[in-house]
Write a protein of this length. Structure first.
Length: 117
């Protein structure tokens, strides 16, 4: 949320504290997610759980900015202002987050016979 109110006139120090807050939250979240991935898997699959978690984190880090960059540049090419283009990218980001949450919820509540043995 700290990055949603920046503009082209935002100063370096004002941007700096916002990025520091973002980095702190990101680091805290990644530690918790990695711990959850390891502890939720059986011991014999702990290495695989960490590998999948790391791979998906890297895919997200690569695809997220690429997708949002496409939305941003498409909006700019269509004549939108930078703020409107950023808003469209932010809305796209929220929609993708909601879709990921729904997919995670559905996957968590499905029966997996191969895992119940």
């Amino acid at each position: 949320m700290a990055l949603t109110s920046i503009t082209a006139e935002t100063g370096v120090w004002d941007l700096g504290w916002r990025l520091a807050l973002f980095g702190f939250g990101n680091t805290t979240m990644m530690t918790a997610v990695t711990t959850a991935a390891i502890s939720s898997a059986p011991i014999r699959m702990a290495g695989m759980a960490v590998a999948v978690n790391t791979a998906l984190r890297q895919y997200g880090a690569a695809l997220g900015p690429a997708i949002l960059g496409v939305v941003f540049s498409h909006q700019l090419a269509g004549g939108a202002s930078a703020e409107e283009a950023f808003g469209a990218a932010l809305v796209t980001n929220v929609m993708l987050l909601l879709a990921a949450l729904v997919c995670g919820y559905v996957a968590r509540h499905e029966e997996h016979p191969s895992l119940s043995r």
